[in-house]
Design a binder for this molecule. Structure first.
Ligand code: BDR
Ligand code: CA
Length: 309
C-alpha cells in the first residue's frame, strides 16, 4: 500500500478528497496535517476529526500553523460556510488531535518512510514551508509531492487578489516551497475549472446509500447553492478532489506540462499570483509538472468511489 500524508484545510472539496483517499484499497493515509485556510484552524482541525469519525478510521490528525507566515489570514467562509463544513451544526467528534505539531509530524514521517512517503497539499503551504525550513532534505526524503494551488494562466478565484486561494493565502510559504522543491506535481485552479462534473452526475453519486455520501450531501449543500449562483449553474468544481485524483489515479491524467513556476510576493496588483515560464525564455528551473487534462469520466468515477456509490 502506498503511504500518503494529506495536508489539508477542510473545507468542502478537501473533504471529498479525504473520503476518496480513505476509500481506495491501495492507499494508506498515515496522517492528516492541518492548515488554516478555508476557515480558522480551530474549525479545520474539528472538521478533519469529524471526518475520521464519519469514516470510522484512526488516521491521526496533527494541528499545524494557525496563520500564514507573514501576512494576515483571509478565509473562504463565503464558499465553505463559517465552520468550513456548510454550517450544518454537526455534533463535535469524539476523536482528538495528536499532541505532536503537524510540522514535526511531517518531518518525522518523511524520515521514517524515507523514499516511500507521498504527500499531497490541499491547503495553503504554511506547514510544508515551515517543515522545509527545519529540514531542507525533505525533497530527498519524499517520493512524490502533489500540490493543489496556483492559477497558471492567471484566472484566480479569490475575492481580493488575482490569485488562487491557497497560494494567495500564504504567498511567502508558496515561495519557499516553489523555490526549494525541485520537482512537484501541480493541479491548479484553471484545471479545476476545466474539469467540472455535471450536477446530475454528482447528484447520482450523492444519492448513494452510504455514510460517506450522506455526510457529504449535508456539508456540501451550502457550497452548491453558492456555486450554482457564482460559478456555474450546471457543473460542480472540486479542486482538491481533482488534485487527489491526479495523485492517486495518475494513469488518467491525459496531459502534463513541466515548466518553471514562481509566485509573486509583491506587485501592486498581483501579490499571490503564480507565474509560469511557458516558453522557457526566462530559464527558470522546471520545478512544476502541471496537470493540464484529466479524463472526465474517470474523475467522475473517482468522485463516485469517494462517496461509496
Ligand atoms: C482551493 O482553495 C480552497 O478554497 C479549496 O479547498 C481548494 O484547496 C481552491 O482554490
Ligand atoms: Ca483546500
Amino acid at each position: 500500500m502506498e503511504p500518503w500524508l494529506i495536508d489539508t484545510d477542510p473545507g468542502v472539496d478537501d473533504a471529498l478528497a479525504i473520503l476518496a483517499a480513505h476509500r481506495l484499497p491501495n492507499v494508506r493515509v498515515l496522517a492528516m496535517t492541518i492548515a488554516a485556510g478555508n476557515v480558522g484552524i480551530e474549525h479545520t482541525v474539528q472538521n478533519a476529526l469529524k471526518l475520521t469519525e464519519v469514516m470510522g478510521v484512526e488516521t491521526p490528525v496533527y494541528v499545524g500553523a494557525p496563520k500564514p507566515l507573514v501576512r494576515p489570514a483571509d478565509d473562504a467562509a463565503f464558499v465553505h460556510g463559517l465552520d468550513g463544513f456548510g454550517d450544518i451544526g454537526y455534533r463535535p467528534s469524539k476523536h482528538l488531535a495528536e499532541a505532536e505539531h503537524a510540522v514535526a509530524a511531517m518531518i518525522r514521517l518523511a524520515r521514517q518512510h524515507a523514499g516511500k512517503l507521498n504527500m499531497i497539499m490541499l491547503g495553503p503551504l504554511t506547514n510544508l514551508a515551515l517543515a522545509l525550513s527545519l529540514e531542507p532534505e525533505l525533497p530527498n526524503l519524499v517520493k512524490r509531492l502533489v500540490i493543489m494551488g496556483g492559477a497558471v494562466t492567471g484566472r484566480g478565484n479569490t475575492e481580493r487578489l488575482p490569485a488562487e486561494f491557497n497560494t494567495g493565502f500564504d504567498a511567502e510559504a508558496a515561495h519557499i516551497v516553489f523555490s526549494h522543491w525541485p520537482s512537484f506535481d501541480l493541479v491548479d485552479w484553471e484545471a479545476t475549472m476545466a474539469h467540472g462534473l455535471p450536477i446530475a452526475e454528482l447528484d447520482q453519486y450523492l444519492a448513494a446509500d452510504h455514510d460517506y455520501a450522506r455526510f457529504y450531501r449535508a456539508i456540501s449543500r451550502k457550497t452548491r447553492t453558492w456555486m450554482s449562483k457564482e460559478r456555474h449553474p450546471t457543473h460542480w468544481f472540486a479542486a482538491d478532489a481533482l488534485a487527489m485524483a491526479a495523485a492517486l489515479w495518475p494513469e488518467h491524467v491525459q496531459e502534463w506540462q513541466t515548466r518553471g513556476l514562481k509566485v509573486e510576493l509583491e506587485g501592486r496588483l498581483s501579490r499571490g499570483a503564480t507565474l509560469v515560464d511557458w516558453t522557457g525564455r526566462m530559464g527558470w528551473p522546471k520545478n512544476a509538472r502541471i496537470m493540464m487534462r484529466y479524463s472526465l469520466p474517470d474523475f467522475g468515477r473517482f468522485v463516485g468511489t469517494a462517496l461509496g456509490a
